[in-house]
Design a protein around this ligand. Structure first.
Ligand SMILES: NC(=O)c1ccc[n+]([C@@H]2O[C@H](COP(=O)([O-])OP(=O)(O)OC[C@H]3O[C@@H](n4cnc5c(N)ncnc54)[C@H](O)[C@@H]3O)[C@@H](O)[C@H]2O)c1
Ligand SMILES: O=C(O)C(=O)C[C@@H](O)[C@H](O)[C@H](O)COP(=O)(O)O
Ligand SMILES: [Zn+2]
Length: 363
């Protein structure tokens, strides 16, 4: 097992990465204020991993309240959040009860937001069960639910007590979800580390075959890069926005098609290619570099053509992005591969990008 530390002005917490960690209650119990937890999960993950986690915690003397939610991005809503509060209240959970998020990014984001709100704040621990959640959503304290008009629109910055990423849990992940996680990993290479991008190109077959060593290296490197950025800019006043590469376009795809139609990672992958294409049109990337972005997304099994939303609708949806300033949309673009910046796009370039071969031209 490897442990990274995320150090912030008001808190610090460990990110454990390894195998056979689900039964390691010693990674959880030191963080508990009382021997009582609520395990927030969904129907799919509960069927796979709730019993072993609950069993080991109970063996260690910790009483567990399982809260099993419906599965899906379209359930990342107020109604589902309320189901968490209903359960916590009905079972008289106290301010010292710890919430454990056992699931992918949807469960992690909602549990974190519930923890931030319940009795004005209770501790929570992240046990991410998807590749995407292990490399990205479980780290850094962004928590949220969606609004029909936009992605993650209601939320809070609220840090967990610990993150426990067990590679063994990825054995059961569907192929499509694995690819979605690879998109956020590719993001780290594109935004800040061309050498890591090269490593990913070399090791993509091993990652897709779920080689544990390759996965652990990718998770560790991604978490290191994210922890380094979040440590410098916890509340996204500046450089943290670089972690949003591909997300201005990607969130528009998710909301535009209806949450859950395209997976978050798929939308981010297509969004990163659009960001690369816009960067080419600005003269920052050349065609070979855009081709390289397209190729690595294809290698990861991701779609490279964004759906047809219509230019007006694209721009309307992107107008809800949290990086919008004074009504102007700001994008994360690529000065080169491995060097991202936040910038505005001239209207003509945005339109050409949305009419490029990377957007479906179907009516
Ligand atoms: N907070 C952040 O910084 C941050 C970062 C990236 C993404 N996100 C959010 O994360 C969400 C996407 O997360 P996701 O990709 O993990 O999706 P998800 O949480 O919907 O999980 C994907 C699917 O895999 C299933 N699943 C989870 N673990 C499994 C396992 N081990 N075996 C089999 N099936 C399993 C889930 O039940 C679900 O059906 C989005 O809502 C996105 O906005 C947040
Ligand atoms: O941690 C961050 O910061 C990110 O931007 C990571 C993204 O991958 C993630 O999808 C995040 O939830 C998007 O944030 P948002 O502020 O655009 O909702
Ligand atoms: Zn993301």
């Amino acid at each position: 097992m490897k442990t990274l530390d995320l150090i912030l002005p008001d808190t610090r917490y460990p990110i454990h990465i390894g195998q056979q960690l689900l039964g390691e209650t010693g990674l959880i119990t030191p963080h508990l204020k009382q021997p009582r937890v609520a395990i927030i999960t969904n129907t799919t993950v509960a069927a796979l991993y709730l019993a072993p986690l609950q069993h080991s915690l109970e063996q260690a003397g910790v009483s567990c309240l399982p809260v099993v939610l419906p599965d899906g991005e379209d359930f990342k809503t107020w109604d589902t959040l309320n189901r968490i509060f209903d359960a916590l209240l009905s079972h008289r959970c106290e301010r010292s009860t710890t919430l454990i998020a056992l699931g992918g990014g949807v469960i992690g984001d909602m549990t974190g937001f519930a923890a931030a709100c319940y009795q004005r704040g209770v501790p929570f621990i992240q046990i991410p069960t998807t590749l995407l959640a292990q490399v990205d959503s479980s780290v850094g304290g962004k928590t949220a639910i969606n609004h029909p008009q936009g992605k993650n629109m209601i939320g809070a910055f609220y840090q967990p007590q610990a993150v426990i990423a067990d590679m063994d849990l990825l054995d059961t992940l569907p192929e499509r979800e694995l690819s979605a996680g690879l998109a956020e990993i590719i993001k780290y290479g594109l935004l800040g580390d061309e050498q890591f991008l090269g490593w990913l190109e070399q090791n993509m077959p091993a990652l897709r075959k779920r080689n544990k060593q390759a996965l652990a290296h990718a998770v560790e490197h991604s978490c290191k890069m994210k922890a380094d950025i979040v440590a410098q800019d916890e509340k996204e006043q500046g450089m943290r926005a670089l972690l949003n590469l591909g997300h201005t376009f990607g969130h528009a795809i998710e909301a535009g098609l209806g949450f859950g139609t395209w997976l978050h990672g798929e939308a981010v992958g297509a969004g990163m290619l659009l960001a690369a294409e816009a960067s080419r049109q600005l003269g920052w990337l050349d065609q070979a570099q855009v081709d390289r972005v397209e190729a690595i997304l294809q290698q990861a099994g991701l779609p490279t053509i964004a759906p047809a939303l219509g230019t007006v609708r694209w721009i309307e949806l992107m107008g809800h992005d949290k990086k919008v300033e004074g009504g102007e949309i700001r994008f994360v673009l690529l000065k080169s591969l491995g060097h991202a910046v936040v910038a505005k796009l001239p209207a003509a370039i945005l339109e050409q990008t949305l009419n490029s071969r990377f957007v479906d031209s179907a009516p």
